[in-house]
Design a protein around this ligand. Sequence first.
Ligand code: PEP
Length: 259
Amino acid sequence: MNRTLFMGTNLKMYKTSNETVAFLTELHELTRDIDRTRLTLFVIPSHTSLESARKCVPQSSIRLGAQNMHWEDEGQFTGEISPRMIKETGAEIIEIGHSERRHVMGETDEQENKKVLAALRHGFTALLCIGETKEQKELNISDEVLSMQLKIGLNGVQRKDIHRIWIAYEPVWAIGVNGTPASAEYAEEKHGVIKSVLKKMFGDEAAQIPVLYGGSVNPQNASGLIIKRNIDGLFVGRSAWQAPAFNSLIRQVMPLFKS
Ligand code: PEP
């Protein structure tokens, strides 16, 4: 199977709309010579940036996603954003279950599942983030946790829709300023576990579901990660928030990635 490299970033609650437009415009310019049949580049800015973000760069260059979404089309859910609202912005991807949504906002696997199904129903790609906590790792139950997050999070997904499922493996202990990046060997092993659960759930076609690694990716560890067979791309936070740095990271790993 021919693999495409996935490289993406979640801008969290950092860039304003104007800052997002400046970032995307620069990233588009810097990466425009890179063949997009070999690279899927995506950026997930704040909800308020999505509309202007979509207008400033073509979808064929940078795909855009939302950081969260409610599963209902409409209703009495003050402060929430529905699939219909996100659709209007032109975003294509919905990030679901980021560690901060699960562990700071208290979202459950059952809620992530409703969001996955709603995203698919509305024609989005669902990027489901999973990962064990430090305590779960120490208890040696990481594989069980990943398996459960996948089995609940993707419950009810039909095989015909799996081309619109992406997975990000982001161990909670590896993310953010206090995170320790997973070793390439550890990440590769967990990606293997994830791929085998997906295969049990969806059969051989599950091989088309990209599994991205995220958690303190930086120029020092990116090459070691991307050469691993089960790692289909990198989901990057801090090291991607300046366009020149993200561009160099992409160019660093592209030649190492075996398609
Ligand atoms: C993240 O928060 O999803 C993430 C991967 O961030 P960082 O790369 O900064 O650890």
